[in-house]
Design a protein around this ligand. Structure first.
Ligand code: NAD
Length: 489
């Protein structure tokens, strides 16, 4: 059979979050003839996407959104790639929209990408490990109810292997007379570098069923990406492989972090330097230098939940040894945070009573304002158990509301009163007994224009960094001219 190439004119993305928003914006930017609409139930989020103050911070994101949403033609370099430093000149028709009209938008779409949250289940069977598919199922029901014949349904969220079957079951329940092509197109972007990752992805994976309609749908989606991604980076898989490769990729990345962290514990007892070891082994091309930075362990909304999902999947497939293997990655991650907090407490003579502790950086990594699942929360939890006078947090991007929302999960009844969120790093550091650097924000490492603040010889300075950078790094906090340097005790 000669397949007729499918034309896509209208894309709907359900979920205007860290993945849905930037991905849809990138598709719209590079496909000016296609209408891309991102829908979300969260009115506040949609309002923000339609404003100048986008709901998420990502370097370069506002340029891409302004180009596609407001019709400003982006600057493009000689190779056809978008370059924010090149002036926007002429206009183009806006083709990126954000809306709460889910049903209407789905009804007009040729492709619906489901990009909703898939967190870890909190209650019931598999709590703490299995994926909570409530939002995903809800979105799938909306698609099954409202979409038109032949609409391509794309799994963009990270989901357990065999979710394609779940979509099929739901669509057949609602529209038994129709057969929707289902694709898996997992997203590999990282927060903080989302635009860079989307602009030049290592690969785009498209999983499909090996039926004529499945293959045609995969080709149609591949065409959308091919407008800016080199053809050889667009890889077609069977749908189950595509689903499982996302969990595998995150598990492998997290595993490297836990592996180097386990070595850091040995280093602390022996005098070996984990930074030197990471550099030395990273020179081995079979190992490579990425993801070998020892620290507080991984945070964020993905790695922990995806490994938990993988272990649950292995267990439900009757593979307890496989589950136990990956479980160790999480165990090591928790151990690293405990070890860090216990070290700090020990350095403060095993008592935090009457002491102020400063936390510089709350985001789970630099260049994002995402406060979800930050390693800082685990450290704060342990510190609070020792009854400190106060804990002052400064983060350049995380909002106080988001940090307070995360703190509300802590068991300590007085957590909200003891913890103060400061808008100024100097205020946060004042009269502190310990300054803990928990996010690798550049501003905490920057070389000052003038001479660095000199460390005063004090009895027991406690400056604990999330990474093996030296305490001197911390003393390079940008200085405010003519004001006294921060008191670091
Ligand atoms: P998010 O929580 O930031 O956004 C999800 C959005 O979906 C929310 O705004 C929510 O209101 C909306 N939503 C939920 N159900 C809906 C429904 N039925 N109709 C309309 N809107 C609905 O989540 P995220 O960080 O963008 O992650 C989305 C998915 O992508 C997850 O599966 C995640 O694992 C995966 N992922 C995330 C990242 C990342 O770095 N954040 C990277 C790769 C993959």
């Amino acid at each position: 059979h000669r397949r007729v190439r499918r034309q896509i004119r209208n894309v709907c993305c359900i979920g205007a979050g860290y993945v849905g928003g930037p991905t849809a914006a990138m598709i719209a930017l590079h496909n000016p003839h296609i209408r891309v609409t991102v829908v979300d139930r969260d009115e506040k989020r949609i309002r923000a996407w339609n404003s100048r103050h986008l709901p998420i911070h990502e370097p370069g994101l506002s340029d891409v959104v302004r180009a596609a949403r407001d019709g400003l033609r982006p600057g493009v370099d000689g190779t056809g790639h978008f370059d924010a430093s090149i002036e926007e000149t002429t206009t183009r028709a806006p083709n990126l929209f954000f809306s709460t009209a889910c049903a209407e938008t789905i009804a007009e779409a040729d492709v619906v990408m489901i990009s909703v949250n898939t967190p870890t289940k909190r209650q019931g069977q598999g709590a703490g490990r299995a994926t909570d598919m409530t939002a995903f199922e809800g979105a799938t029901r909306d698609v099954a109810t409202h979409s038109r014949r032949g609409c391509i349904i794309v799994e963009k969220s990270t989901v357990p292997c065999k979710t394609g079957q779940l979509i099929k079951n739901i669509t057949q329940q609602h529209r038994p007379e129709l057969d929707f092509p289902i694709l898996s197109n997992p997203e590999f972007l990282s927060e903080g570098t989302a635009i860079k990752d989307l602009m030049r992805p290592d690969r785009v994976i498209i999983g499909c069923e090996s039926t004529p309609s499945g293959i045609a749908a995969a080709e149609a989606l591949a065409d959308l990406y091919a407008s800016w991604v080199p053809q050889e980076r667009i890889v077609t898989n069977n749908i189950w492989s595509a689903e499982l490769c996302k969990l595998t990729a995150n598990a492998m990345l997290a595993q490297r972090i836990s592996s180097i962290n386990s070595i850091s514990a040995i280093c602390e007892r022996t005098g070996a330097d984990v930074g030197e070891i990471a550099k030395s082994i990273g020179l081995d091309r079979r190992i490579g230098p990425q993801f070998l930075k020892a620290g507080l362990g991984f945070g964020g909304s993905c790695f922990r939940k995806d490994i938990a999902s993988l272990t649950y999947l292995a267990e439900s497939l009757g593979l307890p040894e496989v589950a136990a293997y990956w479980e160790q990655v999480l165990t090591m991650n928790n151990y690293q945070r405990d070890r860090f907090a216990l070290n700090v407490i020990a350095k403060l003579n095993n008592s935090l009573r009457g002491k102020k502790i400063t936390i510089l950086g709350y985001a789970f990594k630099k260049d994002t304002g995402d406060a979800r699942e930050s390693p800082a929360l685990d450290v704060i939890r342990m510190l609070l158990e020792e009854g400190p006078k106060s804990i002052a947090i400064f983060d350049p991007l995380c909002s106080e509301a988001d940090i307070r929302y995360e703190l509300s999960a802590l068991p300590a009844a007085d957590a909200q009163d003891v913890v103060k969120v400061c808008a100024d790093p100097y205020e946060a550091c004042e009269d502190s007994s310990a300054v803990l650097v928990l996010t690798d924000w550049d501003m905490f490492k920057m070389q000052p224009r003038s001479a660095p603040v000199k460390a005063q010889p004090v009895d027991s300075p406690v400056i604990a960094s999330f990474s093996p950078s030296t305490p001197a790094d911390l003393l390079h906090l940008p200085q405010r001219s003519k004001e006294k340097p921060p008191t670091i005790v």
